[in-house]
Design a protein around this ligand. Structure first.
Ligand code: COA
Length: 337
């Protein structure tokens, strides 16, 4: 009998209605549509309206993913994992609120903070819970409201990030089923923690006997230094996940990488030896949505009918921490589209 595994059973994505084009940003700061498209591949992003927070986006995406499963009853879901770096508040975590608002009852609910790798870390957490028998169904959501954390004076980040949420429903099944998450590889390098982050508002700053600088509330990113780390770590992690799954690179039908920069995705494809046509790129429409980027890209590609039953997917992400992670899974069929 095949080994127990998490199996993909539902999928949903949500972006707030307000679209912010490169053209609009070029009126606010010293940038241009041509620079942003050429250096990142991003054409637009979505920003949440004032007062809208990450849990609101997570509830929308979670609702869509649950609905896509059809006959699933709310009480069947045993756990909610929300990957986010932009929670509504420092405490409590957003997952219990999301579970409650989705009508899922008093189930296990936790946030996972791993920057832009958060969704893969959450997928690993959920898979482990399912395989261990802690739940039969788990809702995994990546959700971010990044735009309030963007420094309007920093054109290196302000043009990159967007808001959104993506969600998957996983069920306890077996590794031979279509949709099975076969392997996950995770890693981190905390010695490079200062390359990207939001330094203000944590215990380090609260306990420091010095006034906070206003900019510490904002996301800081050394994009130039991060770029090669992102390519190298995602390539290494992808290779590790594929090796564990017993797949060669040639057997991968779709690479769904973290949607940070089209140049990074193409460099990753080159490192792996995958042609660009197999790389899923959705960032032109939504920018970098951090922990939401992989499930949003999955939802968009599935809606466009890009994936077929039994297709082999490689997910790979990289983010603050530094953190990275990859997963190998098969596609469960057109029902998810
Ligand atoms: N508009 C116009 N010019 C810009 C700009 C913008 N929005 N942002 C930066 N520039 C300028 C810089 O000031 C610099 O000018 P200079 O040459 O006169 O000094 C020039 O463009 C090049 O800047 P640089 O930072 O080297 O650009 P880049 O090609 O590295 O692109 C990123 C910047 C952020 C798009 C890119 O580094 C990146 O995607 N990094 C990885 C991010 C990532 O993977 N994060 C993962 C975790 S979130």
């Amino acid at each position: 009998m095949s080994a127990p595994a998490a199996v993909l059973a539902g999928l949903g994505g949500y972006v707030p209605p307000r679209t912010v084009t490169n053209e609009e940003l070029s009126h606010r700061m010293d940038t241009s549509d041509a620079w942003i498209v050429q250096r990142t591949g991003i054409r637009q992003r979505h920003w949440a309206d004032p007062g809208v927070a990450t849990s609101d986006l997570a509830v929308e995406a979670g609702h869509r993913a649950l609905k896509s499963v059809g006959a699933l009853a709310p009480h069947d879901v045993g756990m909610v994992v929300v990957a986010t770096t932009t929670p509504d508040q420092q405490c409590p975590s957003v997952a219990p609120d999301v579970a409650s608002r989705l009508g899922l009852g008093t189930i296990a609910a936790l946030d996972v903070a791993a920057g832009c790798s958060g969704f893969v870390y959450a997928l690993a957490t959920a898979s482990a819970a399912l395989v261990a028998g802690h739940a039969e169904w788990v809702l995994v959501i990546g959700a971010e409201t990044f735009h309030p954390f963007l420094n309007p004076a920093d054109r290196g980040t302000a043009v990159i990030f967007g808001d959104g949420a993506g969600a998957v429903v996983l069920r306890r099944g077996t590794a031979d089923e279509a949709g099975a998450v076969l392997t996950v590889d995770l890693g981190s390098d905390g010695s490079l923690k200062d390359l990207v982050g939001i330094p203000g508002n944590g215990s380090r700053h609260r306990s420091a006997a010095r006034p906070h600088h206003a900019d510490e509330r904002y996301l800081y990113m050394n994009g130039k230094e991060i770029f090669p780390h992102a390519v190298r770590r995602m390539a290494q992690s992808s290779s590790a996940a594929l090796a564990q799954a017993g797949w060669s690179v040639d057997e991968v039908d779709h690479v769904v990488g973290h949607q940070a920069n089209l140049r990074i995705l193409h460099a990753l494809a080159q490192h792996l030896g995958v042609d660009k046509e197999r790389v899923v790129a959705h960032l032109d429409q939504v920018g970098n949505t951090s922990a939401a980027s992989i499930p949003l890209a999955l939802a968009d590609a599935a809606a466009k009918g890009r994936f077929q039953l039994h297709d082999r997917l490689l997910l790979t992400a990289f983010g603050a921490g530094l953190t990275w992670g990859s997963a190998a899974l098969t596609w469960p069929g057109t029902a998810l589209a």
